[in-house]
Design a protein around this ligand. Sequence first.
Ligand SMILES: Nc1ncnc2c1ncn2[C@@H]1O[C@H](COP(=O)(O)OP(=O)(O)O)[C@@H](O)[C@H]1O
Ligand SMILES: [Mg+2]
Length: 341
Amino acid sequence: MTTERTAENLPWVEKYRPSTLTQIQGQTSTVTTIRKFVHEGKLPHLLFYGPPGTGKTSTILALAHEIYGPNYKNMVLELNASDDRGIDVVRNQIKNFASTQQIFARGFKLIILDEADAMTNVAQNALRRIIEKYTKNTRFCILANYAHKLNPALLSRCTRFRFSPLEESAIRAQLEKVIIKEHLSINEEAMSSLIKLSGGDMRRGLNVLQACKAATSGSGSTDSMDPVEVSRDMVYECIGAPHPADIETIFDSVLNDDWSTAIKTMMEIKRVKGLALIDLLQGFVEILGNYQLNSKARIHVLKKLAEIEYAISRGGNEKVQCSATIGVMKEAMLIQAGASQ
Ligand SMILES: Nc1ncnc2c1ncn2[C@@H]1O[C@H](COP(=O)(O)OP(=O)(O)O)[C@@H](O)[C@H]1O
Ligand SMILES: [Mg+2]
């Protein structure tokens, strides 16, 4: 990174990455516990796991800065297991780092191994031995999305912390800060859509907000005094998620129109809005959740929609799956009607 790279052209996820533990939103019990470990001088090997954008990397980096301050560079080794998957690279880097004596600083060195669940099983086994070998003067912090992809022997050497999807209040608090700093304005409708669409992932929320700003301020003058207004439509557009109104239009058509009109409506909205069926499915499931259905019809449609989602993920034909989607929703209505006769 060069010094010319000002905060202005950094992605917001980096620009607003918490630099201290107090700036981490949510995850309070985790932060409290690891702070306590540090204060008591009893830092174990750590494992942080959980979905993306919940603060795993930010938390360990902030903790490391808090522990080492200006000595950070000498005392902390950051490795990304998904960049250099080969265990040899990891082993050598760790060996070199862990075995050099610290002349000025005391205490443990810290090795952060990000995205460790991308490592092969062989590599994880080797890592376990490395951890054992260097436990005398190093501590490891392993970061992963899925604990179940890690070798049990590796797991058993670490104290585990689960990073849950962030609560809406945590996402809101951070987004509000950024909105003020970036000279944006947003109404409550747009804000709550943004929070909902973030799905507990702060990275997603920040990226969408930044995309919204980029979409509006492309050519406009930057020294205008008026804040840039972010609307709900922009949020949906930037995230590539279907607008609830479009989902409802398709849903109504499926319920009330004949087959060919329904499929035309769906195809047309998909084309105009640039949506894929996979984007629509979640919207349908949500609408169906609020819809009066008997349990037989509900189970049927949800099960079938899940199968369609799976089929798409396996490369199933989009048009065939669209017809199938309309089919199962119509079928659910027939089951429902049959029961009420
Ligand atoms: N708990 C949090 N509090 C504040 N910001 C967060 C939090 N979690 C994530 N972020 C923001 O999202 C970005 C990505 O977070 P990161 O810590 O890399 O997530 P993870 O490692 O869990 O995928 C960070 O740069 C930061 O801007
Ligand atoms: Mg991370």
